[in-house]
Design a protein around this ligand. Structure first.
Ligand code: LHQ
Length: 290
């Protein structure tokens, strides 16, 4: 069953104008970034709504996968640079920063502390798998938010830009951690230092994303993938993510021990009993743990 996208309960903007659309298709919760006029750039409002929507999906036992995408021609252009929280002072007519005027200091790290860090942690600790359908350019924090999802599909015309160095910043929203793990130090530095556009096809070839697909197929492929994940044993998938993320910082023996600990927990749960029983009796399993 699918439901039309709606605004989050906490939103005070009218339906349709909401920066985040929320819908469902069966057990898949669909979140659509919806500021197409600004390439879905993150405002504090959008960041808050996104976190609330992920919290809601995490709490809702009927949700077994989350699919995130963008409205319009872009996925997300990162932080909205015109947001009053971070917009620098400059002459709006000439575009110049006045060297004689001491600019008012704005600690943009505060924005990370209050919005981006909780959002990135929320995404990474979702109790269900997450899929991102990157429908166009994903820049800055928009790229790293996408890469924080478990499986990333991108349309062939999509691209990834670590735009931070272009404006004198470092990658954030987990970029330094994610890029290094996904593509290794050399390519992480290439992407982050130069801020060049990486095509979806190259992103797939580099191992940055799971798959590049035809633009026309993106949404249906992403939904099919999310539906497939929703039918798999959710708790096992989420523990798998946890073990894979932890493995990079573990000695081999400690990774073996973590696997054994997680296996112990899962071995008592319904889904293992169901999976093994279904295999042995040659029927399809029906998983339900979360
Ligand atoms: C935008 C934006 C945008 C506002 C396009 N903001 N309007 C965290 C915390 C604190 C501080 C700072 O940062 C962060 C994390 C970050 O994400 S830093 C990185 C911020 N993002 C960027 O620097 C990317 C800026 N955007 C671009 O470089 C280009 O727009 C890209 C390459 C994404 C797309 O280029 P085009 O396809 O040529 O589109 P466009 O540039 O013409 O943009 C279309 C409209 O969207 C345009 O508005 P307009 O009214 O002129 O039509 C842009 O101003 C607006 N827009 N990105 N981040």
């Amino acid at each position: 069953m699918s439901t039309a996208p709606t605004t989050p309960a906490s939103s005070d903007t009218p339906a349709g104008d909401s920066p985040l659309l929320i819908g469902s298709e069966g057990a898949v919760r669909v979140l659509t970034l919806n500021r197409p006029q600004a390439l879905n750039a993150f405002t504090t409002g959008l960041l808050s709504q996104l976190r609330i929507a992920l919290d809601d999906a995490a709490k809702d036992e009927s949700v077994r996968a989350v699919l995130i995408t963008g409205a319009g021609r872009a996925f997300c252009a990162g932080q909205d640079l015109s947001d009053p929280h971070i917009k620098p002072e400059f002459d709006e007519t000439t575009g110049a920063v006045d060297p004689h005027r001491k600019p008012k200091a704005k600690d943009i790290g505060n924005l990370l502390d209050h919005y981006y860090i909780p959002l990135a942690l929320r995404l990474r600790s979702m109790p269900v798998p997450t899929v991102c359908a990157v429908n166009g350019v994903a820049a800055g924090a928009g790229a790293n938010f996408a890469l924080g999802c478990d499986l990333v599909l991108a349309g062939q015309s999509a691209s990834f830009i670590q735009a931070f160095s272009r404006i004198g910043l470092v990658p954030d929203c987990g970029g330094t951690w994610l890029l290094t793990r996904l593509v290794g130090r050399a390519r992480a530095l290439q992407l982050a230092l130069l801020g060049d556009k990486l095509s979806a096809a190259d992103a797939q070839a580099w191992g940055l994303i799971a798959r590049c697909v035809a633009d026309a197929e993106l949404q249906s492929e992403a939904m099919q993938l999310a539906q497939k994940l929703a039918k798999l044993p959710t708790a096992a998938l989420v523990h798998t993510r946890q073990a894979i993320d932890a493995s990079m910082d573990l000695e081999f023996e400690d990774a073996l021990k973590l696997e054994a600990k997680l296996q112990s927990q899962l071995g008592y749960a319904h889904d293992y009993l169901e999976g093994a029983a279904a295999f042995l009796s040659k029927r399809a399993p029906v998983f339900k743990d979360r």
